[in-house]
Design a protein around this ligand. Structure first.
Ligand code: SF4
Length: 418
């Protein structure tokens, strides 16, 4: 039996859409939802060379097209949000009639047995705070996850030791100027990290509080509120945790962390006292991302992380985190596809015995990175690993990260709750 067919219908369909991508019939979508899909969650595609069923959308140089960035898919009364991976060669076409959108199999020309909706954008994210739109300070991911940064940048990039699959540098150029940027520590503060933070934090706290207050008073985040504070690597990890705790106190004035499904996502700290403080301030979960399993692979794939904290120390920190935050509340993310799945499974079980839950993102090669030519894992590998992980979660009483309405690129929730 094909392993993919063991997945729940919704998990299977989402896996296909994430792995093969989605072609988009922009002509019909613009007819139904308006030009540029104003009011819906979109991203920009610089070109749109599209030929489908005799209809042509010409590629016009220099013009940008808004295409959907997230869709809600439902089947048998179960719902999920999926990230739209735009691929003109995909066998699936997102199109619409005069009222609704739907997904079509381009080969059979049949509509898929799936209810599809474009996700609406929360208009309050476009209101202005501190000279920028609010979505420059925080992101709303899926239906109910708020995510924001402690600072922009990652020190591994400054030293040329970045993780080999990561393209953060390309993404971070467009960040707004209010969020403290670690690139400034050396260039503007002569490596005085305390001075950097003290002189940049006040304006950021003010703007972030205003942004959070606006979201809290305008948007009802349902079914949950997942709140994630995250940061790239700062070599002085103790300092980074201390400023995260300081920022957590600021967040608590608007949205108490203890009342949300709250996460702190950073490199681990060796001090159990500092970790305990992060728990006391309200974080319910920590995400300390190993990215890969095994000392040598970690060293090879994530050289900057390894310089910050050695593999064995990292694993020990995860053990401590599980003691402090509780079993299943210390989590680590693995990039699936970088190393043999059998090795990843070994790592998952080893950590599960310490009370640490493993999550995954599927490796996708990013242009300009050392891994740009590496292959992505097959749908069979992703299905096999997901089924394995669900068994581990059940055995160790763990839950998947976030929920089907905010975890856009994974199928673990769709399988676990089937
Ligand atoms: S620590 Fe995170 S942000 Fe920094 S290089 Fe690695 S993956 Fe990228």
């Amino acid at each position: 039996m094909n392993i993919v067919s063991k997945l729940s219908p919704l998990a299977r369909m989402k896996l296909y859409l994430l792995s093969y991508g989605i072609d988009i019939d922009l002509v019909n979508l613009y007819d139904t939802y308006g030009t540029n899909l104003v009011g819906y969650k979109t991203k920009t595609s610089k070109s749109f060379p599209k030929v489908e069923e005799g209809r042509i959308v010409e590629k016009i140089d220099g013009r940008s097209f808004s295409i959907p960035s997230e869709i809600k898919i439902s089947r048998d009364g179960r719902e999920s949000i999926a990230k739209v991976v735009f691929r003109p060669e995909s066998p699936y076409l997102l199109t619409s009639d005069s009222e609704n959108c739907f997904m079509r199999d381009k080969n059979s020309k049949r509509n898929l047995d799936l209810v599809v909706e474009l996700c609406k954008e929360e208009t309050c994210l476009k209101s202005r705070v501190c000279g920028s739109t609010l979505d420059n300070f925080l992101s709303l991911i899926g239906a109910d996850r708020i995510s924001f940064l402690l600072h922009t940048g990652c020190q591994n990039w400054l030293t040329g030791d970045q993780c080999k699959f990561c393209n953060l540098f390309a993404l971070s150029r467009s960040r707004n100027k209010v969020i403290p940027n670690i690139d400034d520590i050396h260039s503007k503060f002569s490596d005085n990290i305390s001075e950097w933070w003290e002189s940049t934090k006040r304006r950021y706290y003010y703007c972030l509080k205003k942004s959070l207050a606006k979201v809290a008073s305008t948007i009802k985040l349902v079914p949950h509120t997942h709140l994630c504070l995250m940061a790239g690597n700062l070599r002085n990890v103790s300092f980074q945790w201390k400023i995260a705790i300081e920022l957590a106190n600021v967040i608590n004035e608007v949205t108490p962390l203890s009342q949300c499904d709250s996460y702190l996502n950073m490199m681990p700290v060796k001090s159990m006292d500092i970790m305990e403080e992060a728990h006391q301030v309200g974080f319910k979960k920590v995400q300390l991302n190993l990215e890969v399993f095994g000392e040598n692979t970690y060293k090879e794939v994530c050289p900057g992380k390894e310089k910050t904290i050695r593999y064995k120390v990292f694993v020990n920190s995860l053990k401590y985190a599980a003691e402090i935050f509780g079993t299943g509340n210390a989590r680590t993310n693995i990039v699936l596809g970088i190393q043999p799945i059998s090795r990843v499974k070994e790592g998952v079980i080893e950590l599960a015995h310490y009370g640490v839950a493993t999550d995954y993102t599927v490796f996708a090669p990013k242009r300009g990175t050392p891994f740009e030519a590496n292959p992505t894992p097959s749908i069979y590998e992703v299905a096999d690993f997901t089924l394995y992980l669900v068994d581990i979660y059940r055995k160790f009483d763990f839950k998947p990260i976030y929920c089907p309405l905010s975890s856009r690129s994974s199928i673990i929730n769709e399988q676990f709750y089937y």
